[in-house]
Design a protein around this ligand. Structure first.
Ligand code: FAD
Length: 280
């Protein structure tokens, strides 16, 4: 397996599978993606700690490929004691990189706990563990859905970077200008850490539309119209998605984006095709 890093700085995100078949499939996906020399893999974390054990199990499984693997960690609904224990466990496991998030509390699930926002989690990790962990935080080029304005959201983003984050990964988006605009505004507030675009390959329009509504990512009208016109022709959707997202990635890199982070949804082929289409 090649261990040479991809020159453009790519990374891949997985979610913890909840079946034995899913875990088995992830080994093949991980190996196929490891071939492209990612900087890191990351593994998501269920709201309120609901996947805590599965996130760690998946991190262990994924890092067997020899690629640095960062667990995501969300703080909403958690107490400091719980997170202190989890951080200690991660250190024992030799984990030195985290994606620190607020998360969203599922309806009906307890109180908010001891943390309100991700900047408080970043501060807590720095207080507890000094510089042990490299910390990534989330950024929203089209604004977080709960933010009253983009200006306030960028300020809140800068707050968590200043609390000690080393890099940021964005929510996915289909409008490159939104990304460049966000980066400029963050830099104007003194943020000089890399802001890596999050990339969502397109494979299934119904799921994409549902997810985009929930997380505040806008699907441009011309893309929606085209995707709707394909109906259940999944081959055409995949071909169109590959073309549109490859072009987006190329534009982002040409404009100075410091890498690309792929939301793989535990599938190798859609991300691989895009990676192989882009040139340095
Ligand atoms: P925050 O940065 O805390 O922001 C949340 C909202 O509060 C924003 O509107 C912000 O403007 C506002 N805000 C922030 N700080 C302050 C402050 N100090 N005062 C007032 N307002 C403030 N979710 C999961 O459950 N598990 C995952 O593994 C996961 N991984 C993700 C990975 C990436 C790269 C991204 C982009 C998102 C991920 N999410 C994940 C989703 C994320 O948890 C949600 O988007 C959540 O709603 C916000 O988390 P955050 O860390 O961005 O929150």
């Amino acid at each position: 397996m090649s261990t040479q890093q991809h020159p453009l700085g790519i990374s891949f995100e997985f979610f913890p599978p909840n079946t034995a078949a899913g875990r088995e499939k992830l080994v093949g996906v991980r190996d196929a993606l490891a071939e492209r020399g990612p900087r890191f893999f990351s593994v998501t974390y269920g709201a309120g700690g609901s996947t805590q054990d599965r996130t760690l199990t998946t991190v262990r499984q994924v890092r067997e490929a020899g690629i640095m693997t960062a667990p995501h960690l969300s703080c909403i609904g958690s107490e400091k004691g719980q997170l202190r224990e989890l951080l200690a466990r991660y250190r024992e496991e030799g984990i030195d990189s985290l994606v620190a998030l607020r998360g969203d509390l599922p309806s009906g699930m307890g109180g908010i706990g001891e943390f309100r926002y991700a900047n408080e989690l970043v501060e807590f990790i720095r207080e507890e563990s000094g510089d042990h962990f490299e910390i990534a935080v989330a950024a929203y080029p089209e604004s977080h859905p709960q933010a009253p304005s983009l200006a306030l959201d960028v300020e809140n983003f800068a707050r968590k970077v200043k609390a000690g984050a080393n890099l940021a990964i964005t929510q996915y988006f289909f409008n490159a200008d939104a990304y460049f605009h966000f980066v400029e505004r963050a830099q104007a507030l003194g943020v000089d850490t890399p802001i890596i675009p999050g990339i969502m390959p397109i494979t299934n329009y119904t799921k994409l539309a549902r997810f985009s509504d929930a997380c505040g990512a806008e699907i441009p009208r011309w893309m929606r119209k085209q995707l709707e016109a394909y109906g259940d022709d999944s081959e055409s959707i995949a071909a169109f998605g590959e073309e549109v997202i490859s072009r987006l990635c190329q534009r982002l890199l040409d404009g100075g984006a410091p890498g690309l982070h792929f939301y793989t949804l535990n599938q190798a082929a859609p991300s691989l095709k895009i990676v192989d289409n882009i040139v340095g």
